[in-house]
Design a protein around this ligand. Structure first.
Ligand code: GLC
Ligand code: CA
Length: 566
């Protein structure tokens, strides 16, 4: 039987640039990560996933790789990497690397050669096309809101880039590209890694006929995703599975921003042999809550979306569970409360997610309740995408600076990339030098030290959630059923299996609210409290009649057939 360790695992996502600096240059590095492995281990997770640490000109901080088999000098050396893998494994932590296979940096030797002439042996590693009378070969747009085609003077043709113009899309119809990617993966497998997070998993197959966006204009679909649709990627992913993933028992998780639950099932149904799970962003694209209300997100919609994912992948596929990563705003800022109820809301959000079916991912700092940082001016931003957006909206379209900045502060990628807050010392203990990106001002009250010292902290709450996952099989295997789907602020659900029912009740608002449990889902069983973020009686008697939930309150109960009422 396949080793499915990842089904009971929790994975910790490290953004190396902002985790821990070891040499005072203001940039997090591999030795910094090594020095914090004991901390990561303490949380109880099974593996770390590192955002890219390969050689890169850092236009997109490592997601623009110029040498897949070398470590960026910002982060250290290959020896440091080998030491990191060894030290992690020593502690029982697996290492998962980020594979960027949709594109390379424009500084990659393949592209530098490809640019030299139309006869370069690397020319076909990329997508080159002549222009049209209107200019670029098609109306395709990049994620930077510019044409996806860049003109190259020397050879008089355009190359394709679905991200920044310095991230050039690879041509997967060229078998040599596939060969190189496989060899690169095997290179890292030999170094001892246990899995891959695959960047832009489903974007590798571009529609050759270059259909115009207009073709999709009156459909609901996002044309950007239509032209790179996942359907064409499946054969490639399957091939990689046969040739690499299953051969070497690699855990695989692919980023697929556009995947529907049905699409995700195609990727993750074990019989199809593609990847183990995918990251989709459906649950992070929910409408905001009513502006009058104390609830920041449309909870009814959120429940509907998460239920759909839980249900669609319940039998055959497998889900990822995540609130945060290096591209998304911090969840406490988004769905919780940065003020008085910061810790309570961080715990509530964690409980809601971690008791679902799938593999949870914790993004560095989430486990201590880190929030979005507030930046005052564009000079504080480091993310090229945000800076480009500022230029486009402010300088080209004359939008007020303040309004663009307000938007960026809310959802730019930098707000979640600020340094890890270790303690209340200089630069939050991240660096002795000048940090590459500003430290969030709230580090005096939100930091690792303070969390470790307080048994009631967010950190120790995450620790308990992980412990529950490890000790109660119903968390891994149970079926998911929503309770009170129409309740506007309470997200409640059960997980059922093996004669047990796990019940999670979470309140997404500041104002206390009354809630009544649907007794049918737990009938004939007796239960007790497993975890809560407020003081609550240990038995489940409180649930017999309607009761009040306090600001961002969450409770997890376990019901059993055999258990006598305590
Ligand atoms: C993924 C990464 C993101 C990066 C993009 C292009 O979405 O998570 O950070 O910019 O791919 O590689
Ligand atoms: Ca450093």
């Amino acid at each position: 039987m396949a080793n499915e360790w990842w089904k009971t695992a929790v994975i910790y996502h490290i953004y190396p640039r902002s985790f821990q600096d070891s040499n005072g240059d203001g940039i997090g590095d591999l030795q910094g990560i090594i020095s914090k492995l004991d901390y990561v281990k303490k949380l109880g997770v099974d593996a770390i996933w590192l955002s890219p640490v390969y050689k890169s000109p850092n236009v997109d901080y490592g997601y623009d790789v110029s040498d897949h088999r070398a470590i960026s000098e910002d982060y250290g050396t290959m020896t440091d990497m080998e030491e990191l893998i060894f030290e992690a494994n020593q502690r029982g932590l697996k290492v998962i690397l980020d594979i960027v296979y949709n594109h390379t940096s424009d500084q990659h030797r393949w592209f530098l050669d490809a640019k030299k002439s139309k006869t370069s042996r690397f020319r076909d590693f990329y997508h080159w096309r002549p222009g049209t009378p209107d200019g670029p070969p098609s109306d395709w747009m990049s994620t930077y809101n510019t044409s996806a085609w860049e003109f190259d003077e020397k050879t008089g043709e355009y190359y394709l880039h679905m991200n920044s113009r310095r991230q050039v899309d690879l041509n997967w119809e060229n078998p040599n590209v596939i060969h190189e990617v496989k060899e690169m993966m095997i290179f890292w497998i030999r170094k001892g890694v246990s899995g891959f997070r695959i960047d832009q998993l489903g974007h590798i197959n571009k529609k050759k006929s270059l259909p115009s966006y207009e073709q999709y204009a009156d459909k609901e679909a996002d044309p950007h995703f239509e032209i790179i649709k996942d359907e064409g990627a499946h054969p490639y992913v399957h091939h990689l599975n046969e040739a690499v993933f299953s051969k070497y028992s690699m855990m695989t998780v692919g980023e697929s921003g556009s995947a529907t639950p049905e699409e995700a099932l195609l990727y993750t149904d074990p019989a199809r042999r593609e990847v183990n799970m995918v990251f989709s962003f459906d649950h992070l694209q929910i409408e905001e809550g009513d502006s009058e209300s104390d609830v920041k997100v449309n909870v009814v919609q959120l429940k509907k979306v998460m239920e759909k994912w839980q249900k669609t992948l319940e039998e055959k596929g497998w889900n990822t569970l995540f609130w945060c990563n290096h591209d998304e705003p911090r969840i406490v800022t988004r769905f919780g409360d940065e003020g008085e109820h910061c810790a309570a809301s961080a715990k509530m959000l964690a409980a809601t997610l971690h008791m679902m079916k799938g593999t949870p991912y914790i993004y560095q700092g989430e486990e201590i309740g880190m929030t979005n940082a507030d930046f005052e001016g564009i000079e504080e931003f480091r993310d090229s995408k945000s800076i480009t957006e500022f230029h486009q909206r402010h300088y080209e379209q004359n939008e007020e600076k303040e309004s663009v900045l307000a938007d960026l502060n809310k959802r730019s990628r930098d707000q979640a990339r600020t340094p890890m807050q270790w303690d209340d010392g200089k630069n939050a203990g991240f660096t002795e030098g000048e940090p590459w990106i500003k430290v969030n001002n709230n580090y005096l009250s939100v930091n690792v030290q303070q969390n470790l010292d307080d048994p009631e902290s967010v950190f120790w709450f995450y620790h308990k959630l992980i412990h529950i996952r490890k000790t109660e099989p119903v968390v891994t295997e149970g079926t998911f059923d929503l309770m009170a789907p129409d309740h506007p602020s309470v997200f409640a659900y059960t997980r059922t299996g093996g004669g047990e029912v796990l019940l999670v009740i979470s309140h997404f608002g500041k104002k206390p609210v009354s809630f009544a449990v649907d007794r049918e889902q737990i009938s004939g069983l007796s239960g007790h409290l497993l975890l809560s973020n407020y003081t609550v009686e240990d038995d489940a008697s409180a649930l017999e009649k309607p009761f009040e939930l306090r600001p961002y309150e969450t409770r997890i109960y376990l019901f059993k057939e055999t258990e006598k009422e305590r």
